[in-house]
Design a binder for this molecule. Sequence first.
Ligand code: NAD
Length: 514
Amino acid sequence: MIPFRNEPFTDFSVKENRKAFEAALDKVRSELGKEYDLIIGGKHIKTDQKVNSINPSNTKEVVGIVSEADEKLAEQAMQTAVDAFSWWKHVDPAARASVLFKAAAILRRKKHEFSAWMVMEAGKSWPEADGDTAEAIDFMEFYGREMLRLSERQPVTPLIGEQNELRYLPIGVGAIIPPWNFPLAITVGMTTSAIVAGNTVVLKPATPTNVIAYQFVKILEEAGLPAGVVNYVPGPGPVVGEYFVKHPMTRFISFTGSREVGLRINEQAAKTAPGQKWIKRVVAEMGGKDSIVVDEDADLDLAADAIVKSAFGFAGQKCSACSRAIVHKNVYDEVLAKVTEKTKSLKLGEADDVSIDLGPVVDDKAYNKILEYIEIGKKEGRLVAGGEKGDESGYFIQPTVFADVDPKARISQEEIFGPVLAFIKADSFDEALEIANNTEFGLTGAVICRDRLKLERARKEFHVGNLYFNRKCTGALVGVHPFGGFNMSGTDSKAGGRDYLLLFLQAQSVSEAL
Ligand code: NAD
């Protein structure tokens, strides 16, 4: 087996690559507006309850019309997954891993097409969509190899007179509830980690990106995944998602999304339903309020570049996005001036235009929420860039920077999940670290600093799951930067790390007297 390597990103400065991507966009455009069914046990099911998936760059454009499940169909999907678990759990782990390797190969061949769907349905820029597809490929290559490793003989201490072994068993049916912001990578990672471990799943995709999730399920089918192992069950989170969370046959819930929904799921899952024989496991990866700390001796151009890239890539809609720049008072004005200038030069526009820096936000809910926070920001800080809507044909919001924000202000504390950045002044490096730790989240963070001793202090004291020095705080790579946060950012799991599959397995020790 070739060792795991990250999928390279596409270089869009190369003309051939741009042409290939344009062709993929044309293909996707020609397929807009189609209908998508539920897939339960391999059977396609249409329902009367439909939801339109919209292009956020052009809200008049319907990307797809998706059938939604109700509780009855959710029950059917659950029973199908329960039945499938009875035999899928016995399938050789190497065969399960082969499905992932095959699906990764198919996805690699259709790479631009999948990225083009994300441009149209999620409003991702070309490079952001390309990164998402690359990460999806990485997850399958990585988790496939991980399952091979975990299915090998596990080390136990030898004891004379006994033959002992420890092996990992799958646990049951999982409810997979992903977010829309990495509509391919996170959906793929959450689904394939669960099934390669021998579990079966009901997948309730995030509504704004139902179509991309459907395309992925079709790839699993093409890769030879037997019917019933993954069941595609779109529907409203509070109805279908919650039905799965509460179901007595649900063995685990793999959730990525907001703090509010994650906490609700955790609470619901803790209640034992009649007939339930286990304690449900909840893997919840949640929100962030991520900071970049800039020290007085830092490379200020590097700092400004890292802040702007981390704050405004995918319009700030990454859980890892920098939403707070905490800058030493001696360099505060200079860093603010550099960041303001860079921010003002960013090009906001339709995601299918290769020349844009950032596209729209995902839907009307996000749009209205972010605009509300901008109004709050106008009271809590000094507006130095953006602050307005863009073209109203889509959900466009200008990249926005507020200066002189109090570390305890709402825009310093609450996850906005849009292109809004707060600048906070710190009197010293000590104070900057203290501010960096003053939210209830703990997902990502970065320190831009040349002083080795200060970096070592940050390593010990900056309490986030993914900490970066002298670089941006977004762009974690599978296997290289296992990803997941502390505190209210989640249950301390690490997607794309060596511990991850263990969350969907249980270890059995078997001992035979000789
Ligand atoms: P969300 O919480 O609104 O929705 C996430 C999923 O939960 C969706 O599929 C939704 O339909 C479903 N859902 C909603 N209500 C539900 C309920 N009552 N029961 C069960 N399921 C329900 O989040 P979102 O807007 O899709 O995604 C953005 C959020 O995700 C941000 O907070 C972001 O920080 C977070 N996120 C975290 C990570 C991470 O790794 N920590 C990664 C990506 C995104």
